[in-house]
Design a binder for this molecule. Sequence first.
Ligand code: MN
Length: 538
Amino acid sequence: MPNDRVIIFDTSLRDGEQAPGAAMTVPEKVQLAQQLARLGVDVIEAGFPISSPGQFEAVRRIVAEVEGPTICALARAKTDDIDAAGRALDGGKRTRIHTFIATSDIHLESKFADPRYGQTLEEKRDTVLEMAVSAVRHALTYTDDVEFSAEDAGRTDTAYLCRVVKAVIDAGATTINIPDTTGYCISDEYASLIRTVIEEVDAPPSVIFSTHCHDDLGLAVANSLSGLQAGARQIECTINGIGERAGNAALEEVVMALNVRKDHFGLHTGVDATLLYETSRMVSTFTGFRVQPNKAIIGKNAFAHEAGIHQDGVLKNRATYEIMRAEDVGQDAESIRLGRHSGRHGLFSRLDRLGIRIDASDRAAVYAAFVELADRKKEINDSDLINLFHREEETSETPHYSLETFHVAVGSGQDPEATVAVRNLQDQSLVKKKATGDGPIDALYSAINHAVNEGHDLVNYTIRSVSEGSDSYGEVSVLVGLGGPLFAGKASSTDVIEASAQAYMNALNSLAAYRSDKESIAFVGSGIMQAFDSPKEH
Ligand code: MN
């Protein structure tokens, strides 16, 4: 008899961050992890420590600074990966190692093509099973909470999948994840896969089965819920559904489906749904991924009734067109706005509610920045505050370049012209450059390119208004690349030219940091998922 409590496993910081261009800085990750703890998730997958020094550092800091949820680190079924995860989690109160290996025929034939894994498919299957078991045993030397994932379980031969799952449970794994890695399954299929595995392996009741669904066919949430009905009791999901390709199951949708349709599922989570909206806003700000207005639960229009007949109905009785209320998910939070008369108490209690903790020694500076913003903008909402604070954090990194001054001249009948002074913080040299362009941003970026003089392409430039009114914050997101990985830069300001300049500098600084980080280049170059084929292994 399965219990009725669903474990919410948030992977926004791991699978979510694998979305191209969604990279978050380490301070952003810590802040988001603190918000996830307030939200009430049970497990935070904080990163993939062996993949880069930045990932390792993020996991280490989250373990040290975030209380409440179990902190989980991802590791392939390899000794080095598990050792890195174990070291990153060292000293944590509740920690989990999540180890995975691919089990589908197509993955076995391509990732384990090397004959040392076996000549025939059957031999390769045996090898992978042994690797899974020894990975679980090794992970248990660091923590007694070990999760195993059979990568591409959705396309794995069911009998073989059951054999692997049985073996890793015998080895000591206590959570078994059955991911639909490629987003291929239809809901009834996925449910029957999970039901079959649970029946076949006949695990002790302490073993939890988990879903991990991708949204390639728009079915991630539906499949996750079907998995619960088949007996799974953990859902792996992300805020706003961010993640690889089309993303993961959206946490907010899963949680609200269980809340609103408790009559149907009879299940509950530990999530405080009234914090869903502000958590969504934070993820959107940190990743630069905007949420579409019609997005379920946290979209701007999710509770807006436009048609007259609907408005009339809602005024008479809200239940006519509403199955839940905006306040249930915290969508009304912005209605309480701050102004310059809100005072210190108003500011710091709001920041506290947003999960932004300010040390006593920094309070004077943060309050001064707030008052300065309040002078430019009548009303300050939660998005403004997150942006304000985000900007302070951004500048606390150690950049390679710093934009000392910029000037852009525009007017009718003349080409826009920009002048910049960029300091190279490695050798303290100051370079001044001038350029013209098709528009003010183009001119500005050309001038910065001349001053920085390192090869890169501008892949994407997005500007959006993140609050209301003509004095609102403009948020600029840029992506730069060099034919491989992409680097995001974000900045916001009430001056869009300034935000554009700063976002570009932030992206160029990430690129410069990456160039100087050889280990990370080698890792990404070999492809994190292909690395089993590397001949120096084994
Ligand atoms: Mn995934």
